[in-house]
Write a protein that binds this ligand. Structure first.
Ligand code: COA
Length: 197
């Protein structure tokens, strides 16, 4: 199956509704909470060039992820990763996460890149990209980021631990700890930009 993975732009805005719905349904199925995003928010990310989208060669939406900055660009989070159920297990999440990682590195080369997740697939992909498990106190302390956890059914755990730990694992890529092998991996990644129809 052929997919095009690229930086999203205005041409992909019509997918926003489907993206938000797919993320919401997946969270319901997994029993996890998410920082619920509106289609307008997803569209703004596309216009800002801060989202990665995957579409099939037939033009069907297949996957998505966006980047957000915290503490004035000191931290970047790759959030909202979703692959439509029928396209899973094709390495698509791996390609989307790599593209989001490259986008983050090129736009915010000095930022620490982080995420919190319960997903085994995401932990595996993040590790491949050079993230390591990190204490929540090493992640951004921006209130707005953590407020995104309020809709999670496990939020009481986060509150009880004064935001030090929860069921999610924190993962962090620190550019100051970058190894040469990570740099070598970066230069081989190509993000194709689709042609105008
Ligand atoms: C998690 C998700 C994005 C993975 O997408 P995907 O395209 O199927 O993942 P990939 O095919 O790129 O798989 C990457 C690796 O993760 C593994 N993996 C995929 N799904 C997995 C799962 N449910 N459990 C354990 N490992 C899994 C794959 O086997 C692969 O490793 P391998 O190459 O060593 O075998 C997708 O299942 C999804 O959208 N889930 C719902 C939303 C979600 O959980 N988002 C993450 C929020 S942090």
């Amino acid at each position: 199956m052929d997919f095009l993975v690229c930086v999203a732009d205005e041409r992909h805005e019509h997918f926003a509704e489907e993206i938000v719905e797919t993320i919401f349904l997946a969270a319901q199925q997994r029993g996890t909470g998410i920082a619920r995003r509106t289609p307008e928010y997803v569209q703004s990310k596309m216009r800002e060039g801060k989202a990665i989208i995957a579409v099939t060669s037939a033009g069907t939406f297949a996957g998505f992820c966006y980047i957000e900055t915290w503490e004035h660009g000191r931290y970047v989070a790759n959030s909202g990763l979703i692959v439509k159920p029928e396209f899973r297990k094709h390495n698509l999440a791996r390609h989307i996460k790599r593209a989001a990682f490259d986008l983050s590195r090129s736009r915010y080369p000095d930022a620490k890149i982080f995420g919190i997740t319960t997903s085994a697939a995401v932990m595996k992909i993040n590790s491949e990209l050079g993230y390591r498990p990190a204490h929540f106190l090493d992640l951004t302390q921006d209130e707005d980021f953590w407020n995104g956890c309020c809709s999670c059914p496990n939020h009481d755990i986060l509150e009880r631990t004064s935001r030090k730990m929860c069921l999610c694992t924190g993962m962090l890529f620190d550019p100051s700890e970058e190894t040469s092998s990570t740099v070598a991996a970066l230069v081989h990644i190509d993000i194709p930009i689709p042609q105008q129809p």
